[in-house]
Write a protein that binds this ligand. Structure first.
Ligand code: SF4
Length: 475
């Protein structure tokens, strides 16, 4: 691993409306962004050292699930002396166990016999369709409507928050192997949710004053050039949108490509844009995805955080709990301490979602509770802003509070942090303890109840959504 290369660059940099230019010691010789995709696997010197059979397995997985990384992740974040166990290696490079053994064999055989692109794609598509590409009703329940038409590229699941998927932000600087949005990266237009219409977003918000937050997400919106991002953000600063308080940007760029805020050609414009949001009286919240404390070690990663915070933006961190990457309480305690030391707020520990290679990365709910509790116990009260372990399910965000014995029955205690129906929030409910359960749908209600308290309402919500789509499709 080659980290913390000698410092020799001073950039003259004016990030915000600050009165004087700020000379900042960047921490590295700036890297040029160099992505590696499936086609470039053999070009990565460290990968060429692996056994031919391992490389073939990697390519077989990458033919089904998206793969992309970059020179910074390869050179600065992965400790190649510990591969294949290195957590960042597992975070970005295809792992053979991500496919079922029979699917892996099929794909490897096709590659071995130089099958045609069409044959490979057909087999890959069949596998993808078995991997629940759009969990939690993204394609039907969450799509908002404006003047009788669905607004693709937007999601409105919780009353206060609208998600916006800008068409220019549908890739990432590197892809996480466990990504729950993997279906957006595989080039199938039916599986893509994009919008070129920031105007439609603005019109929708004008009709929905209950929305206080817009989350710009992807992929990773920070893959966009500053001028593209500005085209999406500036309409949100319109004084008519006075009920919109916070613009959130969901991004892993601070971990995967911190140069975005330090030495990319348009880094200055990006930071000015962030400062502009604050100037317009809105809050900018960077929802930074950090999976492991290693991502905060390089000086350039620390510098990126410093520059973002200097614009007035707040950074909150979130990530799923992933087997083989961060499934230990000390990793999470280190992560939360490390971000807190840099002025960043720990926000969520998620449970791996029920899509893609979930079986390979999942951790049982029981174990997730233990890891969360043990990590939470080790950090100061200031880091206990973090919530979890939390599942983003079809009805809402469900946190597992713990395991208890009530009336002689061992149960999971759960509650909604966010829900399709706000009345469900903070309402404790109980599920029969199941040591194997990994998702809400694995759980059964406790105390002999036939259904969870929200299920009847959820059926009604689904029914209404289906009727609306049926009516629209007829017209
Ligand atoms: S950064 Fe986020 S959207 Fe991109 S691959 Fe990772 S989890 Fe998925």
């Amino acid at each position: 691993m080659q980290r913390s290369r000698p410092l020799d660059t001073v950039i003259d940099f004016t990030p915000t409306s600050a009165p004087a230019p700020i000379d900042v010691h960047v921490g590295h010789t700036p890297l040029k962004y160099r992505p590696y995709t499936q086609r470039h696997l053999d070009e990565i010197p460290q990968i060429r050292q692996l056994r031919a059979e391992d490389r073939l397995a990697m390519k077989a997985v990458a033919a089904v699930l998206p793969f992309r990384t970059n020179a910074y992740v390869v050179e600065e974040l992965i400790d190649w002396t510990t591969v294949p166990d290195d957590p960042i290696f597992r975070l970005v490079f295809p792992q053979p166990g991500m496919l079922a053994p029979s699917d892996l064999d099929t794909m490897m055989d096709l590659l071995r016999c130089n099958a045609s692109v069409a044959e490979i794609e057909q087999a890959a598509h069949a596998i993808r369709m078995r991997l629940n590409p759009h969990p939690a009703g993204q394609m039907d329940l969450n799509v908002p409507w404006l003047q009788g038409r669905p607004l693709h590229g937007l999601q409105h699941k919780y009353a206060e928050t609208v998600l916006f998927f800008p068409s220019h932000g549908q890739t990432c600087h590197a892809y996480c192997t466990y990504c729950f949005r993997w279906a957006q990266f595989i080039g199938d237009p039916d599986l893509k949710m994009v919008s070129r219409e920031s105007e439609a977003l603005q019109n929708y918000l004008l009709e929905h004053p209950e929305v206080t937050d817009v989350l710009i997400t992807g992929g990773d919106p920070m893959i966009m050039k500053a001028e593209h991002l500005a085209r999406y953000i500036e309409p949100l600063l319109d004084p008519r949108l006075s009920s919109l308080h916070t613009i959130r940007i969901g991004t892993k760029s601070v971990a995967y490509w911190p140069y975005r805020y330090c030495s990319d050609d348009d880094a200055t414009q990006i930071l000015r844009l962030f400062a502009q949001v604050e100037k317009a009286g809105k809050q900018l919240a960077i929802m930074a995805h950090y999976s492991h404390p290693r991502e905060l070690e390089p000086p350039i990663a620390v510098e990126a955080i410093r520059r973002i915070r200097e614009t007035g933006a707040i950074i909150r961190t979130q990530a799923p709990l992933i087997r083989g990457v961060n499934d230990a309480s000390e990793i999470w305690a280190d992560l939360w301490r490390s971000v807190l030391n840099k002025g960043v707020i720990p926000y969520y520990m998620f449970v791996e979602r029920n899509t893609g290679p979930k079986n390979y990365f999942e951790v049982s709910l029981d174990r997730a509770c233990d890891i969360f509790r043990d990590a939470y116990n080790r950090v100061s009260g200031l880091a206990r802003t973090v919530r979890g372990p939390s599942m983003s399910t079809t009805p809402g965000k469900v946190t597992i509070d713990g395991v208890a014995e009530i009336g002689g029955e061992k149960v999971f205690v759960l509650h909604f942090i966010q829900a399709r129906d706000p009345a469900w929030v903070q309402h404790p409910f109980f599920a029969r303890f199941d040591p194997e359960a990994t998702w809400l749908t694995d759980l059964k209600p406790a105390f002999g109840k036939p259904r969870f308290f929200f299920e009847e309402d959820m059926d009604r919500i689904k029914q209404q959504a289906l009727q609306r789509w049926a009516q629209y499709n007829v017209n």
